[in-house]
Write a protein that binds this ligand. Structure first.
Ligand code: PEP
Ligand code: MG
Length: 545
């Protein structure tokens, strides 16, 4: 048996035979002579086939995150500059498949040169190229195999279109050679509840059909298992999930200290049927604004918010106002090109240039809230100063929204949490961005995964400062970044004084179980030990020696 190591990005264990992603279509030799009009029509037909197939999958996607990434790919395929480049290549004598290869190679080079978020989207472009070439040649789309039995999917990397369509009852686990903890593969695997390991280069040497197991927490992969050991891994995982799904009710430590366990959603579709959530701790509203050249109307927004509020009568729903810019670019805002978008006009800062967008959104949230019994809270993303927080809270109150808070994602705001809290009702810590800005490490960069680790002592210190400020002010401080879904880290957060944890709904049972197994006092001891640790490894060891 061979032991391999990657980075665990979606918890859980799974075992089964390896099957690789279907290879890209082979490119036939370039013809010496072409019919320009016929090749242009062939290229347009291929774009139409690929965009309609991706749009259909976006509409059918089981969760909002998958729909979002598929729609972003449709936008890329229909981009006018791509079609212009394809026409130019055809005018130069290339047939349609070779024209797509040439045009997308240009885009690829530009994305790579831009770095950051765009460089991470290179695999999306490669996937698009393969789909367009397959459509030109009338071949089946490349992608996830269908061996007719459950399997472990292995790939160099997965494009969003591949990951978004995965069926968790067939794809038992995912192992990729590349990608990072914040890649689409990782986010979608967590949303779908599929155990996943990324950055395990040696996995590409394992032949199809070999039995492997993976641990989506530790990143361990074992190849060459016997049938009996593969079965025992899957049986143990099933028993664990059954036990967890039987646990229900509000979150609390073993001695009854309450900790609200809330869901992160992008639309009502992310609230899984049958999962009884205490409420929503982060309603990301960006989805409504995607793929558009004009912002959604007041009426459209009211309808979308009402759909979510209606699903949660009497329960808390924290709506985050539009968080645009950087890793969430939105065409309708027509933001100027920025050399460093993550440090530019994003989040609440967009309201400086276009206050009407925030104004309409707050009016729509207030109208939808007035027509429902949900307990609606509103918060702003990317707040840096107490003055910004106070102005946002005043604006919420002007719109009749009673409970206004801010996200803590910028170290400046964490360091002054007490002052920020003076004019708002609550804080919600976005550890994804707080890590990025504390460590000057792009959250999309898999190579900097060690710095983006939530167990980094500097991040824990900033969270502690916010929790202390909340305790002193008698106001709630929650965490809604990915770190809240780590059951061990959740214990530390509770020990630091965090009052609610918000995560993908599927992650809630494991966190509920961890809290129920420890007293509040134990959590406080874990937090003290994690705060005293000098490295992430030492901090982890404080909870799990
Ligand atoms: C965060 O930054 O931690 C967060 C929850 O917001 P998002 O991931 O949407 O930027
Ligand atoms: Mg954020």
């Amino acid at each position: 048996m061979a032991d391999l190591q990657g980075i665990g990005v979606s918890p859980g264990r799974a075992a089964g035979p390896v099957h690789r992603l279907a290879p890209p279509p082979p490119l036939p030799p370039a013809p010496a002579v072409i019919d320009i009009d016929a090749e242009r029509s062939r290229a347009r037909a291929a774009v139409a086939t690929v965009t309609s197939a991706l749009s259909e999958r976006a509409d059918a996607a089981a969760d909002a995150t998958a729909a979002e990434v598929l729609r972003a790919q449709v936008l890329m395929a229909a981009d006018e500059t791509l079609l212009d480049a394809v026409d130019t290549a055809i005018d130069g004598g290339a047939d349609a498949p070779h024209a797509f290869v040439a045009a997308l190679a240009e885009h690829r080079a530009a994305f790579e040169a831009a770095g950051g978020y765009l460089a991470e989207r290179v695999s999306d472009l490669d996937d698009l190229r393969d789909r367009l070439v397959a459509a030109c040649l009338g071949l089946p789309m490349p992608g996830v195999p269908s061996p007719g039995h459950p399997f472990i999917l292995v790939a160099r990397d997965l494009a969003p279109a591949d990951t978004a369509g995965l069926d968790p009852s067939v794809v038992l686990g995912l192992i990729t050679a590349e990608g990072g903890p914040t890649s689409h593969t990782a986010i979608l695997a967590r949303t779908l509840g599929i155990p996943a390991v990324v950055r395990c280069g040696a996995v590409l040497d394992i032949a199809d059909g070999v039995l492997v197991s993976l641990d989506g927490s530790s990143g361990a992969v074992a190849a060459g298992l016997s049938d009996a050991s593969a079965k025992s891994v899957n049986d143990a995982q099933r028993a664990l999930l059954d036990r967890r799904s039987a646990s229900a009710g509000p979150g609390a430590t073993a001695d009854g200290h309450p900790v609200a366990l809330l869901a992160n959603i992008g639309s009502a579709r992310d609230l899984p049927a049958g999962v009884d959530v205490e409420g929503v701790g982060l309603f990301r509203t960006e989805l409504l604004y995607l793929d558009r050249t004009e912002p959604p109307s007041f009426e459209e927004q009211v309808a979308a918010y009402q759909q979510v509020f209606a699903a949660l009568p009497g329960r808390k729903v924290v709506v985050r106002t539009l968080d645009a810019g950087a890793d969430k670019p939105l065409p309708f805002l027509r933001l100027a090109d920025e050399p460093n978008p993550a440090l530019g006009i994003r989040g609440l800062r967009v309201a400086r240039a276009t206050p009407a967008v925030l104004d309409t959104q707050l009016s729509a949230i207030a109208a939808a809230a007035a027509a429902s019994t949900a307990d609606v809270w509103v918060m702003a993303p990317m707040v840096a100063t107490a003055a910004e927080a106070a102005a946002f809270a005043a604006s919420c109150r002007d719109h009749g929204l009673r409970t206004a808070g801010v996200m803590i994602e910028v170290p400046a705001a964490a360091l002054r949490a007490g002052t920020v809290l003076r004019d708002v009702d609550f804080l919600s810590i976005g550890t994804n961005d707080l890590s990025q800005y504390t460590f000057a490490a792009d959250r999309m960069c898999g190579d900097l995964a060690d710095l983006l680790d939530p167990w980094q002592p500097a991040l824990i210190s900033l969270i502690a400062a916010c929790a202390t400020a909340g305790r002193e002010a008698g106001k709630p401080v929650g965490v809604c970044g990915e770190s809240a879904a780590d059951p061990d880290f959740a214990l530390v957060l509770v020990g630091l004084g965090i009052t609610s944890l918000s995560m993908a709904a599927r992650s809630i049972p494991a966190v509920r179980e961890a809290l129920a197994a420890h007293t509040h006092d134990e959590c406080v001891q874990f937090a003290k030990a994690a705060l005293a640790a000098d490295t992430p490894t030492a901090a982890r060891a404080a909870v799990r020696p």
